[in-house]
Structure formats: C-alpha cells, structure tokens
Write a protein of this length. Sequence first.
Length: 277
Amino acid sequence: MVLSDVLNVAKELSEKHRLKMTSPFIKPNPKILKKRDSWTQGGNRPIRIVVLGQAAVGKTALVVRYITRRFIGDYDPTLETIYKYSTYVDGDELQFEILDTAGQDDKAMTLEDKIRWGDCFIIVYSITDKCSFDEITRIKFLINHVHGLQNDKVKVGSSNDRKFEPPVMLVGNKKDLLLDRMVKPQEGENMAKMLGCMFFEVSTRESYAEVKTALDSLARECKKRFRSSASPGNLRRRISSGRLFSSDKKKSSDRRFSVDVMTETPRTTRRAAIYSE
Ligand SMILES: Nc1nc2c(ncn2[C@@H]2O[C@H](COP(=O)(O)OP(=O)(O)OP(=O)(O)O)[C@@H](O)[C@H]2O)c(=O)[nH]1
C-alpha cells in the first residue's frame, strides 16, 4: 500500500466516524454539534439537505423519486435515512447527503438537532392536508432560530439578510389529487414569498420531471452558496447502493447518479407499487 492509499483510507475512516456521530439514530454529542461548520463554510464535505414536514406528506417518496426516478408507494413511517447522492449541476458534480426525516416523533434526535446538521432544507406539505401547510411556519421559524444561534449575521425576517439564511425550498406535494385539494397553488406561493423560500408544487407520484426540476433548483442554489465545493474532481466518491434497491443496482449503473444509503433503522421497509418513467 503506498502512502497516498494509506492517507485515503485514513480520510475515509474519519469521514465515516463523523457521519456516525451525526447519525439520526445515535444521540449526538452536543460538543461535536457545536463544532459543526457553519453552513456558509461548506468546505469540501457534501452539502447536507434535510427534508422536513408532517407525517405522510410524501417526504420519502420525494427523495427516493429524485435519486432513483421511481415512485414507491409505501414506506415504513418510522424509517429515517441519510442518502448519499451525487449529481451534475450545470456540468459540475455536487455531492449531497439528504436526511429524510420521519414525520413521527424520534426520541434519538430532536428536530433542532436535525436542523443544526443541515445546510439547506426542503419543507414538504401535502396540498390535500391543510395541517401540513400550517406546520410550515413553525418549521421555518425553527430553521431560522437554530441557524440564527450559530451565525449572528442572520436576522430573521430581514430581507437584506436573507443571503445569510440557509436555502429553504417549500414543496407542495400530491398535486395529482385534484379533488382533495385543500391548499391552492397561490397560497403556497404567498407563503413561500413571505418566508423567503423557493416554491414548487409537484406530484411525486405522477411526475419525475417535476420532482427533478424542483430539487435541481435547490441543488443549483446550493452550488451558488457552496461554490468552493463545486469544482470538478472535488467531492468525488461514486458508490452505488445495493441496500435499498438491490434489484435496481444494475439498471442504475448507466445513469448519472450514485446513491449510498448511509444509515437506516434495522426495520424492514414495506413496499407496494413501484412506478417508473
Ligand atoms: N397520490 C399521491 N400520493 C403520494 C404522493 N407522494 C407520496 N404519496 C403517498 O403518500 C403516502 C406517504 O408517503 P411517504 O413518502 O411515506 O410520506 P412521509 O412524509 O415520508 O411520511 P413519514 O415517513 O410518516 O414522515 C404514501 O402512501 C405515498 O404513496 C403523490 O405525489 N401523490
């Protein structure tokens, strides 16, 4: 083994260790969380996206649709996963870690811990569920609060200082359920404008293209903010996962993405229909 190999192994081990400390299934050490890089200093590590929202709004479906192109109808609601994902944004390869949170209570890590971990955020609501829409303000307030504590440049509510706030995207999901709609597109747009978020309405079930457009926009915004991490050749570690979709492993190898499931609960996932475009 040459010196560069040894250094690579050491680097990988330290990276794994860091991920373990921030895993949603291990109570994080507050000292380590305090030492966490500010979101404005993404450095060379992957960009962390946290997907938030009430239970059953389609958070898991959205993330899985984006990284695998598939819609999988049924998931274990208690499953929390960090997906490692790399994609090309306007010719640059970007690496992400996407934390798909469970809408149900999680005793291992508080919502604040998860928000502190993230660099940017997706708040999902269902257009058929007014409660999930009403929840947005609370989540956004919490994001501002947690990141405001870490970065004294953040002044919540001041549009001049929005550039210091982490990128947040609002996603109204399930727009295929027209007859059950409880939140109008305009209401979503107004809310996003008021909170200074990006906004998209999508049907994760019906349209991969809509999901891709939305999440690519967030990736593009992240690229702007984390320009230093976006240089080609940086953040390169392509691993395909056999754990979540072992039967799809071969098919996915010809696509321009790589997925690595970093952590998940030992529980099995229930799955029903799988739709693919
Ligand atoms: N009709 C329709 N159903 C959807 C859509 N997206 C997700 N669903 C369904 O909504 C249900 C909840 O989806 P999940 O992805 O498990 O929701 P979640 O927000 O991750 O739920 P928790 O894990 O409990 O927080 C599932 O039955 C999905 O099939 C959509 O765009 N349209």
